[in-house]
Each structure stands twice: as structure tokens, then as C-alpha cells.
Design a protein around this ligand. Structure first.
Ligand SMILES: [Zn+2]
Length: 333
């Protein structure tokens, strides 16, 4: 038994840089036609030159694969309309991080002052540049995303022509407001479709499932599944696959991030099949993103076959999600 996915897209991916980039980019490049590359390097990608040289480095390590890195800039409050116009041909989106909420987001913005930032949001609306947002406050860890929903609502109301992408949503609250505003869209990760906080810390602590935003409750997971499995037009797949070396994870002060890239399509196929929704996977993992971002990805057919395999314990000193466990579907090499 097998089926084909046409040009799958991962609309939220961390490829890192240097050796890590060299080691892990291939896992995404083999199985996806393209991905939206996150700009939170050290220092973050905030100008066209560093964006283009990062893109070069990515293309170099994935050479031989049919794979498009869609680039994004790290939002800065001093961007001008003129700069955005110049950047437009090179970028698919701009990513906004409130400061200090996740890996390398220390240089993000302190407070989202909508009035002060409105010239940027107006220019982005006019240029059709989507605004991707890591939507968390600095509040209590389980409430951060829910508290941020008020900001999403303000943004959606104030800039009705701005395409706003709520990145890696994890709560019922986000699923709710997504439906309420026409210009709100969302990415959903693999891990938030599969795990809750119980899997992270309910028994023995599992640092490899520790991520930001942290996995939430069962009802939250179900709300996300409802959107993804039914291929709701406003959601698309974005893995937020974010590798850290094993010694950065298995320690006191464990870094946040789950390395899901090597198992994404297999695990998604298993989830969608379990719920009898395999026919909706194409829309969730590609077509919705094409519509939302107005992309025409390169032609790339990925065949998945029903064949059990065991996820390796470690890949280049990074522990992948579900290491050592068996999955039912495998991407045909
Ligand atoms: Zn991310």
C-alpha cells in the first residue's frame, strides 16, 4: 500500500547554520519541495545581504535535492517601507518574535506597540508580505499563548489586509480566534498534534519533547487535530523542527526545540490514516500553504509506503523525535 504527496511544504523550519546546517538540512530537503526558513540565527537575519548569504549556504548543503528555501527576515521595529520594498523579491515572510520567548529571540521586540509599528504593517499589507508571529507573552508558561490572543485580535482588526500567520499554535484559544478573523492563518507542528504536557513532564522528564510553546492539554491537542485533519483552509503544516546537540538537551538548562524533520511525513501519514483522513493530508501539508502564501512550488512527488521502520536513536549527535520507536509509514527513497 502506498500513496503520493505532491510537493509537500514545511512552512516553519529551523535549519541553523554551520555544521548543524550541513548535517540536518538534508532531512527536510529530501522529503519536502520547500520550506519557510526561520531567521533566528546569531545574529538574526535582518538585512538583505545576510539573508542572501544564508540562502546560499543552505542551497550549497542541499545541492542535488529539488528543494526551495523560502527565506524570512527577523522583524525589526526600524524597518522602513523603502527597505521592505527592496526586500520583497527575496523574502516570503517576516517573522516577529516578542523578545526572550524562544531560542535566539533576545533581539526580538519588547512590546508590540501597534500604533508605532503601523507604518511597517501598512507597508507589509501593501506589498503582500505575510507577518509570521511567535505569539507568546512573558506570562505563566501555560498561559502565554492564550494571553497573546488579544494581540493577534488587535493586529487582525487594525490591519485587515495584512496576512497574519499565528505560528505553531497550541491552544483551543488560538483555534477559536483563527476562525473569527479572515486575515488570521496558522501553522501547526507535528509534535503539537501528537503530544501533550504529559508526554514531556507527566512521567519521567523527556527533554527531547521540551519545546516552546510548550505542549498543552488534551483538549488543546484535539482542537489542533480538528483543524489539521479536516484540512481547514486557514491552517498549514509548519514543523518548527529545531535541532539541538544532545548535550544541549540532556542537561540542566535544557534548550527548547524538537527535532522532528526525519519523521514528519511518516508520522503525519500515521496520524491521518488513524483518523481516516489520509485524503486530507495533501491539503494540510501543501495546498493550503500554496494558497495562503501564493506559492507555486517545484514539482516533487514523495511516495509513502506502508512499511514499518525504527527511528534512529541519534542522527549527527541530535536525538530525533520518537527516537527508537517504530512508525508505520516510510518515505520511499
Ligand atoms: Zn520556530
Amino acid at each position: 500500500m502506498q500513496f503520493t504527496l505532491n510537493s509537500p511544504l514545511d512552512m516553519h523550519l529551523h535549519l541553523r547554520d554551520g555544521d548543524m546546517l550541513k548535517n540536518i538540512a538534508k532531512f527536510s530537503a529530501k522529503e519536502f519541495a520547500g520550506a519557510l526558513i526561520m531567521p533566528n540565527l546569531m545574529p538574526p537575519v535582518t538585512d538583505i545581504n545576510s539573508l542572501l548569504s544564508y540562502k546560499e549556504r543552505i542551497l550549497e548543503v542541499v545541492s542535488g535535492e529539488n528543494f526551495t528555501p523560502y527565506m524570512s527576515l527577523f522583524f525589526k521595529s526600524d524597518y522602513t517601507a523603502d527597505f521592505l520594498q527592496k526586500a520583497k523579491p527575496y523574502i516570503a515572510a517576516i517573522k516577529l518574535y516578542p523578545s526572550g520567548v524562544t531560542t535566539n529571540s533576545e533581539s526580538g521586540i519588547e512590546r508590540i506597540d501597534i500604533k508605532k509599528l503601523s507604518p511597517i504593517f501598512e507597508a507589509m499589507s501593501e506589498l503582500c508580505i505575510p507577518l509570521c508571529v511567535h505569539g507568546e507573552t512573558n506570562g505563566f508558561v501555560m498561559d502565554r499563548e492564550r494571553e497573546f490572543c488579544a494581540v493577534y485580535e488587535q493586529l487582525a482588526k487594525a490591519f485587515p489586509n495584512l496576512i497574519i500567520i499565528m505560528e505553531h499554535i497550541t491552544t483551543c484559544a488560538s483555534a477559536e480566534i483563527l476562525k473569527r478573523y479572515e486575515n488570521l492563518y496558522a501553522t501547526i507542528t507535528l509534535h503539537h498534534l501528537l503530544i501533550t504536557l504529559d508526554d514531556v513532564a507527566g512521567g519521567l522528564l523527556n527533554p527531547h519533547l521540551f519545546c516552546k510553546p510548550i505542549a498543552k492539554r488534551h483538549e488543546d491537542k484535539e482542537a489542533l487535530q480538528e483543524l489539521a485533519l479536516n484540512a481547514n483552509k486557514k491552517v498549514m503544516f509548519g514543523s518548527d523542527s529545531a535541532p539541538h546537540l544532545v548535550d544541549k538537551k540532556e542537561r540542566c538548562g535544557c534548550a527548547a526545540g524538537i527535532f522532528s524533520a526525519p519523521i514528519i511525513l511518516s508520522a503525519l501519514a500515521e496520524l491521518f490514516e488513524k483518523h481516516n483522513k489520509l485524503t486530507n493530508l495533501q491539503a494540510f501539508v501543501s495546498n493550503n500553504a500554496r494558497d495562503i502564501y501564493k506559492l507555486t512550488p517545484i514539482e516533487k512527488n514523495i511516495i509513502l509506503e506502508k512499511k514499518e521502520w525504527i527511528v534512529p536513536a541519534k542522527l549527527h549527535d541530535v536525538v530525533p523525535m520518537f527516537a527508537g520507536q517504530s512508525l508505520k509509514w516510510k518515505v520511499k527513497p
